[in-house]
Each structure stands twice: as structure tokens, then as C-alpha cells.
Design a protein around this ligand. Sequence first.
Ligand SMILES: [Zn+2]
Length: 286
Amino acid sequence: MMKTCITSDYIYAYGFEEGLRIMKSHGYDALDYGWFCHTENKIFHVSESEFAATLKRERAIIEDSGLFVNQTHGAWRWPAQDFSAYDRAERYAAMETGIRGTALLGAPNFVIHCIMPFGENNPAHKEELWQMNLDHFTPLCDLAGELGVTVCFENLPFTSLPLSRWNETLEFVKLMNHPAMKMCLDTGHAAVYGDSPAAAVRAIGKEYLAALHVHDNNGVSDLHWRPGEGVIDWADFTKALHEIGFEGCVSLETSVKHEGDPALWDAKERELFAKVKAMADGTYGK
Ligand SMILES: [Zn+2]
């Protein structure tokens, strides 16, 4: 049975323990832990012992709330900042930290973007770009494999970048041919190309699809709208997940905007959860 997951927005809105409590009460199974995404976060600037102690403490609180961490997101920068060997070494170290942290949280999946040494809008240097990513990710996947973590390579919305569209991401993962690397399908990023996320699910298949970022948009820009607000056919996406027998979490990368009257947040949050739950149960659009 598929489970439901969402980014750390409940925690951002309500605080760590209260956010988890409300998230669980709305029905979620799992958390997409967000603090390995930006190297400015405090977790990147503490001693090794404090790093481990913090994550163990957070894991205990998450598990006491009846939830688990299904996925985390590795460090990246936008606009891209992978131009020099120094930049890439910094990014490598941050990804390594994220993988170690992901293992400490007991999470199976570490989602990451490719490195973009020629920028995110540069259509040139495809061969070099792919080779640099192979070189960058091979040792990281070795580490992830040792720690029981899967590196989930994500498709991106950068339409000029020749390692962004979901079919290129899949091809790269197959070329890597590493047991610790699979794919994260981002539905909104696929839709920016006019691609059907359902078709992507069917092509990627159970063997390579480990994680999801679920959100909607207008088919042009990466807007992280809630399912049903944009152009994506969610009933077909739901059907595709069940056809391939996806066993992971249907994980939202969108949320309720926590602004205006807090009394209205609860109903909106429950409405969003009902959508992701219908995807997990296979009842969306029925
Ligand atoms: Zn994403």
C-alpha cells in the first residue's frame, strides 16, 4: 500500500513537535525532511557529535509522533553554483553530510539534483556535463549504499539543460547502473516540458522509481501549485502509480500557504491531504 508524505511545511508553520502532531492528525504517514537542502542551515555548522545528537533526537520525536522520514533533499543552489572545482568540492561535502544525516534519520531516500557546472540554462557541453555528474555521484552512491540510503536523482524544470527532462534523468540513472541510485520523479518539472507525469511513471517503472515530488503548475513555469490547480491529469497519474505497483510514498512538494486567518488553515490542509490520500489509495477522480 502506498503511503502519504509531505515536505516540512507543517513544522515551518507550527513548530517541530506541534507541526508533527497536526500533520499526523490530518493522516500523513511520513515527512520529507527539509534541512539538508540549504548549507546555510544550522545542521551544516555544528560539530560531528552535535550533528548526530540533533538528528537522533529529531528522529525520536518524529517516530514518537507516529511518523517516519521517507525522504530528504540534498544540498543544491539556485542559480547554479557548481562552476569551479572548489564549488563542486563544497557541494560534494554537503551531499555527503546529507547522506549521513539521512541514514541517522532512518530515511530510505535522499533526493538530489544534478550538479550544473555550466549553469542551469546552458544547452552546450552535454557529454562533459554527464561525465562530471557520473564522476560526482559514483562515490556518493558508494557511501549511500554502505549506509542503506538510495540516492534519488530528480528531473528538473530547466528546459535548456541537457540533464533535466525526465527521460534524460532516467537515462542517466540507467547509465550510472549503481544499486544505490534510483529516480525521483517531480511531476511539476515534467509538466513544464508539456510531458505527462503518468507517462513518465509508466516508462520509469517500479524498478527505477523510488521517490516522488508531487505538485502542479500551468504547464509553463515551476510553480509548485497544489494538485488540481494546474494542467496535470492526476487521475491518470494515480492510475499509472498503481499499474506499476509503486511501493513508496506519494509525497507532496507543495503545501497550504500559511497566511491570513489561521482558523482557515486546518480545512485547507485537510483538503490537500484528501488529494494525496486519494492518489495513494487509487481513488483520485473516482
Ligand atoms: Zn522537486
